[in-house]
Design a protein around this ligand. Structure first.
Ligand SMILES: [Zn+2]
Length: 253
């Protein structure tokens, strides 16, 4: 059977003398592997359509154990992001993360659109550190596993969109300016609900993470996070991803 779709080239592994095995995030078939014969020859008919992070139209022969690429042509090559080392690095890290997080043969339009938006916007993003945090949050949202950031994930009493004066401790003297982040509970938790092992976050950082989830890529440059906040945010999001990654790959009941 001959099939046609468009897809992002996430990974390419050398195979035999001159072939490539590609990992592609396709619009219609989800993540698939394709064998591209003679793709490493200089006169390869596929040209630059198999370069990493390129969106290409792909025509392939679909057999039971093998998907053989027949034709490939570039739809969008995202040149703006490929000309700068730091942008390219972030994009390649994102491709790697995607490859880890998504299973084969599960087409998901939300994930496909996340990649399309990200690759279109990352070329003009000014703050790549905030961009790297946004990648994780927005990808988790596309996958349906975003941390709950709007209020306490356990009791819902604390809400992050209220003014800090409403978030007072019981003694009412000291404004509460911190929350906790708990992968087990599914996001931000309040002082009363936090457990051992949860990570303490400033209310400011928690509010910024909530905003990143809601803002489009083009508006992210409005946010300013310190280096320490970026490091802390990356840490808790990696922990959250790790927690869900284990859950994703557990056999279904
Ligand atoms: Zn709570």
């Amino acid at each position: 059977m001959i099939l046609k779709t468009i897809g992002f080239i996430l990974r390419a592994i050398k195979f035999r003398e001159s072939d490539l095995i590609l990992t592609v995030l396709s619009r219609d078939y989800g993540k698939i592997s394709l064998l591209a014969k003679a793709a490493r020859r200089t006169e390869s008919k596929f040209g630059a359509a198999l370069d990493l992070l390129t969106l290409s139209e792909l025509v392939f022969y679909d057999a039971e154990n093998l998907k053989l690429l027949k034709e490939a042509s570039i739809v969008e090559d995202y040149r703006a992001l490929k000309s700068e080392y730091d942008r390219l690095t972030l994009a390649l890290q994102t491709a790697h993360l995607l490859n880890q997080l998504i299973e084969e043969h599960h087409p998901d339009r939300a994930v496909f659109e996340f990649v399309q938006d990200f690759l279109s916007e990352v070329g003009s993003l000014k703050n790549l550190d905030v961009g790297a945090v946004a990648v994780k949050l927005k990808l988790m949202r596309a996958l349906g596993i975003a941390p709950r950031m709007s209020g306490c994930a356990r009791c819902a009493r604390l809400r992050l969109d209220r003014t800090p004066c409403r978030l007072r401790r019981h003694d009412e003297r000291q404004a509460k300016d911190e929350v906790w982040f708990s992968p087990q509970s599914g996001g931000v938790v309040c002082e009363a609900c936090h457990q051992a092992g949860d990570t303490r976050l400033s209310l400011r950082l928690a509010q910024n993470l909530k905003m990143i989830l809601g803002l489009g890529w083009e508006k992210l440059d409005r946010l300013a996070l310190t280096e320490d906040e970026i490091t802390l945010a990356q840490g808790v999001l990696d922990e959250f991803l790790g927690f869900h990654l284990r859950a994703l790959y557990m056999p279904s009941k």
